[in-house]
Design a protein around this ligand. Structure first.
Ligand code: SF4
Length: 115
């Protein structure tokens, strides 16, 4: 085998390696939103940011004397900022990055889901 053949072989191998590495993140994404949400730590109601926004795991427990804009039926699961999968109990929220919020929760940043 000449040097040239060897180099060509190595180049093809490197190309294949690059493809495999590139495929890994895509495969993780394909696992989906649900697995990602399950791995997130749950947001604590005692978290200072959660307290500031009046976040509760159960929207029926909202302190309506303090958070007067709350209206019955408003839930994390129907908030524009909720990123959880439908039917899941917990999901990510754009306001609390890296934490999961309860689908039945609420905070004062609630915005009606478009559409
Ligand atoms: Fe829930 Fe929306 Fe508040 Fe996030 S912004 S905690 S999804 S009500």
């Amino acid at each position: 085998m000449s040097d040239r053949d060897t180099n060509t072989g190595r180049r093809s191998f490197l190309k294949l390696g690059a493809v495999s590495v590139a495929a890994v993140p895509l495969a993780s994404l394909a696992v989906g939103k649900v697995a990602w949400a399950e791995e997130l730590p749950q947001l604590e109601e005692s978290d200072p940011q959660a307290q500031g926004l009046g976040y509760v795991h159960d929207a029926t427990q909202v302190d309506t004397s303090k958070f007067t804009k709350y209206a019955e039926g408003q839930l994390c699961s129907n908030c524009q900022l909720y990123q959880g999968a439908e039917g899941e109990e917990w999901g990510p929220c754009a306001i609390f990055p890296g934490k999961g919020v309860n689908a039945n929760g609420w905070c004062s940043a609630w915005v009606a889901k478009a559409g």
